[in-house]
Design a protein around this ligand. Structure first.
Ligand SMILES: *Cc1c(COP(=O)(O)O)cnc(C)c1O
Length: 403
């Protein structure tokens, strides 16, 4: 349901997509903070439940503000349909559990967001669903894992936190031959820098908490795909299990989308400068940024993404001690496990977001004790590089000892 022709460019759809104006003709999207809806007559209520008339019934099923957000996200992604949910993890959980049943098999790249890794490694097994992890960039491992019939493939690219790039087109071909749908967690790229559906993926999931809100206010999630799958597979699951997004949060996310392009473009420009700056520093042993020539998959990144995005990961000399000294030296960059914010945020994955997976799994994913993940924000980039230099300055004796 949308008043907007669906063929506007994404930059315009971000601002106008999906608007349904009430009879008051408000400029901004209206906030329908209501749990229920009233009927004109008992007959109309009956007709609504018989699906003979299209009316809102109950906000667990649908809500006009939430519907505007869904229509807008679908237009931006170029997807037939969208369902939004209360968090990114509710979206991933819904996408997986609405599609899968006991006896099914899932193949996933191992470099997944913590909650996604737990669902695949632990929760699926409780329901008798087999799961196999592969190293995302290694096509031979995907080929071997997808030689058996499989129902669902889950991958994240660029991955958290090491910014590995996974070949969506190649894996979608292998997955479809094995009978699987492909679900891509597209949080790091945002809907603006990478379009998984164009490369053959079937379903795209987002944590709207990240760049889509982008101002650290609310949680939200989205699942996008073909109308038939969203309506027949996902929708009954969501309607009856209730991971519904609040209309208030949907309204904030609509406002977030209006500035998404401005924010992602600006933060990406900052991230490019910062990645190049970090690479010149003696305290830094390695930098990962998708479009830098020293990224092992920069050619694939260039095919799949229109820019490298807002995340930079780097490794400082001196392991955990070195990383802690650098991070404690930041005065502007805040320490937080969140990302995609207008404020720059630094995380030490080994002791926070990726602590629970243990040292062996961290080693397999290439997450070293010196690795710092930086979510680049919208500040003046000169203040950011000065702050990074300030933190790295705390390492002077370590960098010296390593020479
Ligand atoms: C944050 C995040 C999620 C989970 O989203 P929430 O909104 O925190 O539930 C899933 N995948 C990725 C890549 C994320 O960054």
């Amino acid at each position: 349901m949308s008043d907007t022709p669906p063929n506007f460019r994404p930059g315009t759809a971000l601002i106008h997509g999906g608007i349904q104006r009430s009879h008051f003709g408000e400029t901004a999207e209206a906030l329908y903070l209501t749990s229920g809806f009233v009927y004109d007559s008992a007959e109309q209520a009956e007709a609504t439940f018989l699906n003979e008339v299209d009316r809102y019934q109950y906000s667990r099923f649908d809500n006009p503000t939430v519907a505007m957000l869904e229509a807008r996200l679908a237009q931006i992604e170029g997807a037939e349909a969208c369902r939004v949910m209360a968090s990114g993890m509710a979206a991933v959980h819904g996408a997986l559990f609405s599609h899968l049943k006991t006896g099914d098999r899932v193949v996933a790249s191992r470099a997944l967001f913590g909650g996604c890794f737990w669902i695949v490694s632990t929760l699926l097994l409780r329901f008798g669903i087999e799961a196999e992890f592969v190293d995302g960039p290694d096509l031979d491992q995907w080929r071997a894992a997808l030689a058996k019939p499989t129902q669902l493939v889950l991958l994240e690219t660029p991955s958290n936190p090491m910014l590995e790039i996974v070949d969506i087109a190649a894996i979608s071909k292998l997955a479809h031959a094995a009978g699987a749908i492909v679900v891509v967690d597209n949080v790091f790229a945002t809907p603006l820098l990478q379009k998984p559906l164009d490369f053959g993926a079937d379903v795209v999931v987002y944590s709207c908490t990240k760049h889509i809100d982008g101002q650290g206010r609310v949680l939200g999630g989205a699942v996008l795909g073909q109308r038939k799958w969203i309506e027949e597979t996902l929708q009954p699951f969501v309607r009856n299990t209730g991971p519904t997004l609040s209309a208030f949060n949907a309204w904030l996310l609509l406002k977030g989308l209006e500035t998404l392009k401005l924010r992602v473009d600006a933060a990406t420009r900052n991230a490019e400068v910062i990645a190049d700056f970090l690479a010149t520093r003696p305290e830094v042993s390695r930098v990962w940024y998708p479009t830098r020539k020293d990224h092992p998959q920069h050619a694939l990144a260039a095919r799949q993404m229109s820019a490298g995005g807002t995340m930079v990961t780097f490794e400082v000399r001196g392991g955990k001690g070195g990383a802690f000294r650098a991070m404690n030296g930041f005065r502007l960059i805040a320490l937080s496990n969140n990302l995609g914010d207008s404020k720059s945020l630094a995380t030490h994955p080994a002791t926070t977001t990726h602590m629970k997976i243990g040292p062996e799994e961290r080693a397999r994913q290439g997450i070293t004790d010196g690795a710092i993940r930086l979510s680049v924000g919208l500040e003046d980039v000169a203040d950011l590089t000065e702050d990074l230099a300030r933190g790295l300055g705390e390492l002077a004796p370590i960098a010296h000892a390593a020479e």
